[in-house]
Design a protein around this ligand. Structure first.
Ligand code: NAD
Length: 245
C-alpha cells in the first residue's frame, strides 16, 4: 500500500511508533526512525535486519528547527522524498496540579506539541516541493475527555487536534493531507508506567473488552498514510474500542 513512499516516524524506537515502522516497511515504504538517542535508534534498526536497505535512523532534537531540517534533508537525500510524517513521539504526565513544576509542564508541551509543529513545518516544506504528502499526528482519547491528573498531557493532545484541523485546511492547497489518530489505552511502556489499579479500571470500562495493541494503532496509521484515505483530511480518528473516558 505504500510502495515507493518514504516515511519519517518520530518516537519510532518502541511502542506504537515501532509498530508503525514495521507496518510501513511491510507495506513497501522506506522508513526513517527518529528517536531521542542514537543508541536507542540503532537498537531499533538492529531488530529489522531484513529491511536493511529501506531503513535509516535520525536523532535530531525534535524541537530544534535547524536539527530537524538537517535530519529530514538527510532522509530526502538517501531515499529521494519524504511522503509521510508520523508525529508519534510523546511523553505522558500524571502529576497533580498542586505539585506541578513549570519544567515538567514545559517538557510535555515541548515534545507533544512543539515538536509536532517543528516536524510538520520541516516535512511540509519538502512535501510542498514534491507536490504533496501526508502528515499524521498522535492525539489521544484524553484529547477529548481530559484526565483527572497530569493536565499538561491532555492539554497538548487537545492542541494536537487543533493543529491537525488547522494545518489540514492550510496545507490542502499543497496536496498535503493532515490527520490525527487518537489511541485509547494501548499496551506500551507508557501504560506500564501507570499504576496497575488504574490500568485495570480503565480496561474494564472499554466496551470492546480489551486494551488496544500497538498493531491496532499502526493499522490506522497505514490507512491514513495510504491512497485509500486520499479524500480524508482534518480528522482525528479514534482507535479506542469505544472507550468513553
Ligand atoms: P512509549 O513511551 O512506548 O514511546 C514513546 C516514544 O517516544 C519512544 O520511541 C521514545 O523514544 C520517543 N521519545 C520520547 N522522548 C523523545 C524525545 N525527546 N525525542 C524523540 N523521541 C522521543 O509510548 P507509546 O505508548 O508508544 O506512545 C506513542 C504515542 O502514542 C505518544 O504520542 C502517546 O502520547 C500516544 N498515546 C499513547 C497511548 C497509550 O496508551 N500507550 C494512548 C494514547 C496516545
Amino acid at each position: 500500500m505504500l510502495k515507493g513512499k518514504t516515511a519519517v516516524v518520530t518516537g519510532g524506537t518502541r511502542g506504537i511508533g515501532f509498530s508503525i515502522v514495521k507496518k510501513y516497511l511491510e507495506n513497501g515504504a522506506n522508513v526513517a526512525i527518529a528517536g531521542s538517542r542514537q543508541e536507542s535508534v540503532e537498537k531499533a534498526l538492529e531488530k529489522l535486519p531484513e529491511y536493511r536497505d529501506h531503513i535509516m535512523g535520525i536523532w535530531p532534537n525534535l524541537c530544534s528547527p535547524d536539527e530537524v531540517a538537517k535530519a529530514f534533508a538527510s532522509v530526502k537525500e538517501k531515499f529521494g522524498s519524504i511522503d509521510i510524517l508520523a508525529n508519534n513521539a510523546g511523553v505522558s504526565s500524571r502529576t497533580g496540579l498542586y505539585d506541578y513544576q513549570l519544567e515538567e509542564f514545559q517538557k510535555v508541551v515541548d515534545l507533544n506539541l512543539t515538536a509536532v509543529f517543528v516536524c510538520s513545518q520541516a516535512a511540509a516544506r519538502i512535501m510542498k516541493e514534491q507536490g504533496g504528502g501526508v502528515i499524521i499526528n498522535t492525539s489521544s482519547m484524553v484529547g477529548e475527555y481530559g484526565q483527572p491528573a497530569g493536565c499538561a498531557y491532555p492539554a497538548t493532545k487537545f492542541a494536537v487536534n487543533g493543529l491537525t484541523k488547522s494545518l489540514a485546511r492550510e496545507l490542502a492547497k499543497d496536496q498535503i493531507r493532515v490527520n490525527a489518530v487518537a489511541p485509547g489505552v494501548t499496551n506500551t511502556d507508557m501504560v506500564a508506567a501507570l499504576p496497575e489499579e488504574m490500568v485495570k479500571r480503565i480496561s474494564a470500562g472499554i466496551p470492546l473488552g480489551r486494551m488496544g495493541e500497538p498493531l491496532d494503532i499502526a493499522n490506522a496509521y497505514l490507512f491514513l498514510a495510504s491512497d485509500l484515505a486520499s479524500y480524508v483530511t482534518g480528522i482525528t480518528l479514534r482507535v479506542d474500542g469505544a472507550a468513553m473516558s
